[in-house]
Design a binder for this molecule. Structure first.
Ligand SMILES: Cc1cc2nc3c(=O)[nH]c(=O)nc-3n(C[C@H](O)[C@H](O)[C@H](O)COP(=O)(O)O)c2cc1C
Length: 273
């Protein structure tokens, strides 16, 4: 089978899952092609295949903005088979099922939705202590990844068998999802609170190069300016090599507001814009 998978990743978790899924499926004789939705969305739409998948991090019971936009503009499905795999740190809600309902209306046959737990890349300043999962230390991270890898194997097996599964369909998940989508404006408020610590910044320009929405520019002196196109992927905040990117001044305390450096050394999320 030829399987085409579109993904979005900011700190590499979703990419890590995609690469593992590709390896697993190809070992069983299938051909898998990965498309980063921001760069390769057009090719993903055009390229022929037998099965289409989407891998995405969960952002408030939705996929990230570029995938939402892609979803809005998808052509009629004509019964094309689709699977959806989300990754989150705690609360998935009905992300996959909600996504499925939108694609079903366009005529796709979404036969499988599921999610995995991955390390969080998202500790917002001023969140109440213990409200959300903290960015894990490396040992904790590796345990989360090894559990995720096991679940991913099961997910790949189910997809290849064409099993029908609809994670997120239950009433509680749907209520949690609806509530998260309604209150997502709270997270949106953080978009205007990004800045760069002049004391820490080494002017490497990495944040400018890796921002997926081209939202960060540089003055002649190398100071950073944030525009109004932030999608809150927190890639700059997490992956700045000297933790100079701040969300609110308090995040200068990078022991309390630990940055997430990605799932593995062989994944270089900074290269994925
Ligand atoms: C803007 C934003 C919103 C998020 N919302 C949720 C959420 O609603 N539920 C959850 O469990 N994790 C949430 N997370 C955590 C990520 O989904 C999770 O860490 C994911 O594995 C990151 O994948 P990536 O490294 O491929 O970007 C959120 C992360 C971000 C950046």
């Amino acid at each position: 089978m030829r399987i085409n998978i579109a993904y979005f990743t900011s700190t590499g978790n979703t990419l890590w899952l995609c690469l593992k899924a590709k390896e697993t499926m190809e070992k069983q004789g299938h051909t898998v092609k990965l498309y980063e939705i921001i760069k390769d969305g057009e090719a993903f739409t055009k390229d022929e295949c037998d099965l289409t998948g989407f891998f995405y991090p969960v952002w408030g019971s939705n996929p990230p903005d570029p995938m939402k936009e892609y979803r809005e503009n998808m052509p009629p499905g004509n019964g094309k088979k689709v699977f959806l795999v989300g990754d989150c740190c705690a609360l998935n809600g009905d992300t996959g099922y909600y996504f499925k309902q939108i694609l079903d209306k366009k005529g796709y046959d979404v036969f499988f939705t599921d999610h995995l737990i991955m390390p969080t890349n998202f500790n917002l300043p001023y969140e109440p202590e213990n409200y959300w999962k903290r960015v894990p230390l490396e040992t904790e991270r590796d345990k989360i990844l090894s559990d995720a890898e096991k679940k991913l194997q099961e997910i790949c097996a189910s997809i290849l068998k064409g099993e029908r599964k609809f994670d997120g369909k239950g009433l509680i998940d749907r209520m949690a999802g609806a509530l998260q989508r309604k209150t997502y404006w709270i997270a949106d408020g953080y978009k205007s609170h990004f800045s760069v610590s002049k004391e820490r910044c080494v002017k490497c320009g990495l944040c400018v190069r890796m921002c997926p929405s081209g939202n960060i520019s540089e003055t002649e002196d190398g100071d950073k300016v944030f525009g109004d196109k932030c999608m809150l992927c927190v890639k700059c905040y997490n992956l700045c090599p000297v933790n100079a990117v701040l969300i609110c001044e308090v995040s200068i305390d990078d022991k309390k507001y630990r940055r997430y450096k990605g799932p593995a050394k062989d994944i270089k999320p900074v290269e994925y814009r």
